[in-house]
Design a protein around this ligand. Sequence first.
Ligand code: NI
Length: 204
Amino acid sequence: MTFPFLRRRLPRRTLLLAALALPLAACGRSGQTWQLDNITGVMPRLEFQLTNDLGQPVTAQNYKGKIVLLYFGYTHCPDVCPTTMQLMADVVQQLGTQAKDVQILFVSVDPKRDSLPILKAYTQAFSPNAVGLTGTMAQIDALTRRYRVAFSYGKPDAQGNYVVDHSAGVYIFGRDGRIRLLASDSNPPSAWVHDLRQLIADEF
Ligand code: NI
């Protein structure tokens, strides 16, 4: 039996169609090319009110000045979340000294099970550049709606375990909070590294 992840049901095709709908002229400086999906200007700038994994209230302002990789998932996820988190951790590590300019934000769509200690242990296990974010359902809904992220809860089994279907895209924001790129674990690490280096250099 396989888990009915949204990503499998409406997977890359959705991202691809979204990418095709973009104006082809939406590139940065002349000569710049992007290997991830360029969604500059297509979605709103980064904005949220959540709680970090230390229990402190945070907003997008707290991460201003960094390239933000925004991802939605849950710590009990058996495959997509660990795969994507590991990929992002590897990519950030490959950036070397530039890694300090990048912040991975893992937003829980399962706040009931993802307590602060669980969230903190989970994100830190992948990368020192990752932080877990959670909040009230209303706060999480506001952010997922903002970026058209879908998630839904599966039926609990006899032990009370359940899966959470969720979109698996990573939204990448510039230092100023503007949306720039959309990525997923289908993009090779080299594409991430290339584009992140370009973003880091671009916005200095
Ligand atoms: Ni997941």
